[in-house]
Design a protein around this ligand. Structure first.
Ligand SMILES: *Cc1c(COP(=O)(O)O)cnc(C)c1O
Length: 436
């Protein structure tokens, strides 16, 4: 599979180049230049196909010539020590639980695959340094996925505030390959410094710098695999229409679902479930996109006003506007409804939802209620975050105290970064260079 920029149809680049560059030089985003049909591979898979097996079969089919079946199995086995889980609630709803990774968030899937596939792709051609900005547990997810990967050094820029959940033994000065650096500034300062570092050609070429942020195609592609995984399970239990409801902030997850559909997955629609920020509500209905003021909600990972996957989303609509209008349904869910759904799902099914999943569940209910005809629809709601990461909200909505797994407690331990610096390019480069 080759990739092109959303800005231009030429030149095409390989998967490896797209992963290592992360962003095309023209300011667009990488998208597949041609979409392969994967039906011959996944239509025969069933509920006994394990996730690493599915990923190890589909990845070489997608990346023909770049990832042979043996490398792909190695990548899938080393990336996915955790699996998605399809949980059927009743005839109408299932949950696709994507929170079984180390940090309890679906982002673990994309990050783990990126780290493993980069190590494999670099085997023949040397070294790379990945640099990313992180807040919350994304830094932990990145540090865990990249720790000990051969030929890769991983720099993580943190904004001001406590840094948690990192293992100091994995840091470069102690013989590891992770370099956490704290910037005296904001998350936006971190993002800006990454761009400046990458654009400093001499420096970035010396270290082979690339970015591992959420728009890297190496994080996006593997997310399509869990939709197909859900399909291999759901096809045995569902007649009628199949819809996925996706809690959406930067829209990476939804775009990955659209790729799964393009790869041949039989699906009738996707619900773009947003909170009050409703960033793409207008765009999906054919209006001009504008950036609204940020609203802080109880589902913070969806508090996004200018989704980073804008160019990818638009490229789908430019290609086939009428098809897309029948494929993606927007919904905006407020906090009151979100919290009410957390309570209701607990009472009805005995299942805890995190706030982001609750947004998608509420959107799925609205969608089912608004349908003009009463054909049977089964909705798979993507459970993107582990409910035990929001014990306060769970008590508030259900009155229950949720047991917090051991692995989440370790995420709370504070760690000292390798350096604390001012938000300036020279300081970032100095901090990186001083580690070697
Ligand atoms: C990041 C995140 C989302 C949003 O995913 P996007 O791909 O940015 O749309 C949803 N839920 C949780 C728990 C998240 O951490």
């Amino acid at each position: 599979m080759q990739f092109r920029s959303t800005q231009a149809h030429e030149p095409l680049v390989s998967f490896k180049e797209a992963v290592l560059r992360c962003l095309p030089p023209d300011g667009g985003l990488y998208v597949p230049a041609m979409i392969p049909d994967l039906r011959q591979f996944f239509l025969y898979m069933d509920s006994e196909t394990a996730f690493p097996e599915l990923a190890g079969t589909l990845a070489p089919a997608l990346l023909q010539g770049e990832l042979n079946p043996f490398s792909a199995s190695r990548v899938a086995e080393s990336a996915f020590r955790f699996e998605p889980e399809l949980q059927r609630l009743d005839g109408e709803f299932s949950l696709l639980n994507l929170y079984n990774g180390p940090t309890g968030v679906f982002k673990d899937f994309g990050i783990s695959f990126l780290a493993a596939v980069m190590e494999e792709l670099l085997k023949s051609s040397g070294r790379a340094m990945i640099i990313s900005a992180a807040r919350g547990d994304t830094g932990v997810s990145i540090a865990r996925a990249f720790a000990g990967r051969e030929g890769i050094v991983c720099v993580i820029l943190y904004p001001s505030g406590p840094i948690r959940g990192l293992d100091p033994e994995s840091f470069v000065p102690r013989g590891g390959n992770i370099i956490p650096i704290q910037i005296r500034g904001t998350f936006d300062d971190c993002q800006r410094l990454i761009n400046e570092t990458i654009n400093d050609r001499e420096f970035s070429e010396r270290y082979g710098i690339t970015s591992a942020n959420a728009i890297n195609p190496g994080r996006l592609l593997p997310q399509s695999f869990y939709y197909l995984y859900a399909f291999t399970r759901i096809k045995e239990i569902v007649q009628g229409e199949l819809v996925f409801s996706v809690p959406s902030g930067n829209f990476g997850n939804l775009i990955a679902g659209l790729y799964a559909w393009k790869f041949g997955m039989p699906v009738n629609g996707f619900i773009a479930a947003m909170n009050a920020n409703n960033a793409f509500g207008g765009l999906i209905q054919g209006e001009k996109f504008t950036v609204n003021r940020l609203i802080h909600t109880c589902s913070p990972a969806l508090d996004v006003t200018n989704p980073s996957n804008y160019a990818r989303m638009v490229s789908f609509y430019e290609e086939a506007p009428a098809v897309m209008r029948n494929m993606v349904y927007p919904a905006a869910i407020n906090d009151k409804t979100t919290l009410a759904v957390m309570e209701k799902v607990w009472k009805k099914y005995g299942v805890f939802l995190d706030s982001h999943t609750a947004v998608a569940f509420a959107a799925a209910e609205q969608f089912a209620a608004s349908r003009a005809y009463s054909g049977q629809v089964h909705t798979v709601v993507l459970a993107t975050g582990h409910p035990a990461k929001e014990p306060g909200l769970i008590v508030k909505t259900t009155g229950q105290s949720i047991p917090v797994p051991e692995r989440f407690l370790a995420l709370q331990e504070k760690a000292d970064p390798v350096a604390v610096i001012d938000p300036e390019l020279a300081a970032v480069e100095g901090a990186i260079a001083s580690c070697f």
